[in-house]
Design a protein around this ligand. Structure first.
Ligand SMILES: C[S@@+](CC[C@H](N)C(=O)[O-])C[C@H]1O[C@@H](n2cnc3c(N)ncnc32)[C@H](O)[C@@H]1O
Length: 273
């Protein structure tokens, strides 16, 4: 693929801030979605102002953390389980935001952070790995200030999958059980009475953007290059992540083929009590 074609497919009118970033950098930090698009979309729903303290939970390779720090002047705690903070620090330094983004090794259920500290918690393509637990919102909301905002963009489905439909059976992976509809997330959070729901909806064109990005990554050979880099690092004796857990392939391809695939955007404000 030529650089011109890559750029043309990377630039989307809905995401003018993301369009200013290098598509090759986005591919190099790839962990599934184009997280710049997700972060830019979420930033339209969660007000971010310079100086705010933001936790980017499940930040992966910290691309969203770098993006939000650069675009909005917020201070970010970039927390992740699979990606080593030392690797993220290198990316954060190269991006010139070392004073504003703090990389952190963290398991989502044992956050080494003070309570009542954050103005916002964002989680992009990550919250569904831990946040479907009934008790999780009660845990994570402790880290927000009263009135602080939690905003997630996660893979979703058009409607709840009660039993695996025939069309999906050949592709089914247990991870898909964590894909829900916005209505499910609304109920899941509302019944805690801890937050006021501001948004529980599909990201407009979320399924199509996901599809476009998957195609772009495949045409640019991004997944194969990532695999080769990982093999080279392993041969050199480096572990790229503190824990060995790795996803085998982009999730949800079968869900996409069934026409079910969506992206959810759920935003809530912690109650002031
Ligand atoms: C699909 S990746 C997305 C990463 C990044 N947000 C992005 O979109 O590029 C999911 C991320 O969730 C993180 N994650 C999954 N389970 C976690 C847990 N229990 N605690 C902290 N992070 C977790 C992983 O470390 C991984 O980086």
């Amino acid at each position: 693929m030529t650089e011109e074609e890559l750029r043309a497919r990377f630039v989307k009118p809905a995401f003018p801030r993301s369009a200013r970033y290098d598509p090759r950098w986005a591919l190099d930090t790839l962990m599934g979605p184009n997280v710049l698009w997700l972060a830019e979309y979420l930033s339209q729903a969660v007000e971010l102002k310079a100086g705010m303290r933001v936790l980017d939970l499940g930040c992966g390779k910290a691309a969203s953390s770098i993006f939000l720090a650069k675009e909005f002047g917020v201070t970010i705690w970039a927390a992740d389980l699979w990606i080593a903070p030392t690797d993220n620090l290198a990316r954060i330094r190269t991006a010139g935001v070392e004073e504003h983004v703090f990389p952190l090794y963290a398991e989502a259920h044992a956050l080494p952070l003070p309570r009542g500290y954050f103005d916002a918690i964002v989680s992009l393509d990550a919250y569904h790995y831990f946040g479907t637990d009934d008790l999780y919102l009660g845990y994570v909301s402790r880290f927000l200030k009263p009135g602080g905002v939690l905003g997630i963009v996660s893979p979703g489905v058009r409607e709840e999958i009660a039993t695996v439909p025939k069309a999906l059976a050949p592709y089914w992976e247990p991870d898909f059980c964590s894909f829900h509809s916005p209505a499910w997330w609304r109920r899941h959070w509302e019944k805690t009475t801890l937050v006021d729901i501001l948004i529980a909806d599909f990201m407009p064109d979320g399924g199509k953007l996901w599809h476009d990005w998957d195609r772009l990554c495949a045409d640019a050979g991004a997944e194969e290059r990532q695999r080769q880099r990982r093999v080279a690092r392993l041969r050199a004796g480096c572990r790229t992540a503190p824990l060995a857990k790795r996803r085998r392939r982009s999730p949800g391809r079968g869900v996409a083929d069934s026409g079910q695939r969506r992206r959810n955007c759920i935003v809530a404000r912690k109650a002031i009590t």
